[in-house]
Design a binder for this molecule. Structure first.
Ligand SMILES: [Zn+2]
Length: 290
């Protein structure tokens, strides 16, 4: 699943290609239409597909930015501002091409769910193999309250104190630290890969109860999360399974990961162990992490 660095990579690649351009026509897949008829709201949430297509037609793309793992597109039509919120889910991918055939990988070409024709003649395409991606068209962020609950961006000045304060709450203090740092209401944008890496860097066992970790170690952990996220942004993200940036390119961070997906600890050569925490598989070194 794309985490903060991967989403940042998509935003940085997408922004210069589409900002200032106008969507002349939006068209959603038959799969989306059918799911809505069955009451399932595949990909397009809280809006009929036909209404979504109509609303998007004529929108100018003013800005593309990231909030946690969401892509925000500021749009404007007839002088009215709109916000298109997109989550990549497990396998969402964007492409800007002249024609669909320009998408080189067959699996992405086969699972196109949204086509936005731009007045420049280009196509902005959202492809999603597993269909966990999401679109929400809002006027303002308040219309989807979960967006208001997201923790500050991890590089913001207040993010560390926000994290420390959340850790004190009983609902988090009793939980394993790994589950807490992967909670978007505690730290935004840290998923399984970077949580695994950061815990290894500071030698904290992923199952350790949050309330049993000293403030100093929690600060070190937070700084390790910031560091690994920044490093990954610089490397273009990690390419695990089907993540691609908009040119279909893979990132390079997966070659720098020390613990995620590893069988042997790079520090002490012990065999790593795995356990399930918060529904996700966690890899750790039984000798180096306590
Ligand atoms: Zn070790």
């Amino acid at each position: 699943m794309p985490e903060l660095p991967e989403v940042e990579g998509v935003v940085r690649a997408l922004s210069p290609k589409i900002v200032g351009k106008v969507i002349s026509r939006a068209s959603l897949s038959e799969t989306i239409y059918q799911s809505h008829q069955l009451g399932k709201q595949c990909i397009v949430k809280n809006m009929e597909p036909a209404a979504f297509e109509l609303a998007l037609s004529g929108m100018e793309i003013k800005r593309v930015h990231r909030r946690a793992k969401y892509i925000f597109m500021d749009l404007e039509k007839d002088g009215n501002p709109f916000l298109l919120v997109n989550h990549l889910g497990m396998t969402g991918a964007w492409f800007v091409v002249q024609k669909e055939e320009d998408i080189l990988e067959e699996k992405f070409k086969k699972h196109i769910h949204a086509r936005f024709s731009l007045t420049t003649g280009e196509l902005l395409i959202f492809s999603d193999i597993r269909r966990f991606g999401e679109f929400r068209l809002l006027h303002t962020i308040d219309e989807h309250p979960p967006l208001l609950q997201i923790a500050p961006e991890p590089f913001n000045q207040n993010a560390l104190n926000y994290f420390l304060a959340k850790c004190e709450l009983p609902k988090y203090a009793n939980k394993p630290i790994k589950e807490v740092i992967m909670d978007g209401q505690v730290i935004s944008g840290c998923g399984n890969i970077y949580a695994t890496e950061a815990l290894f860097h500071v030698g904290i066992h992923p199952a350790r109860k949050t309330g049993r970790i000293s403030k100093e170690r929690k600060i070190a952990l937070f700084e390790a999360i910031q560091k690994v996220l920044l490093e990954s942004i610089e490397m273009g993200g990690s390419t695990i399974s089907d993540y691609r940036n908009i040119n279909g390119e893979a990132g390079g961070m997966q070659h720098r990961l020390k613990m995620y997906g590893k069988k042997i600890c790079p520090n002490c050569s012990a065999n790593t162990k795995t356990m399930t925490i918060g529904g996700r598989t966690s890899v750790y070194c039984p000798k180096c992490q306590h």
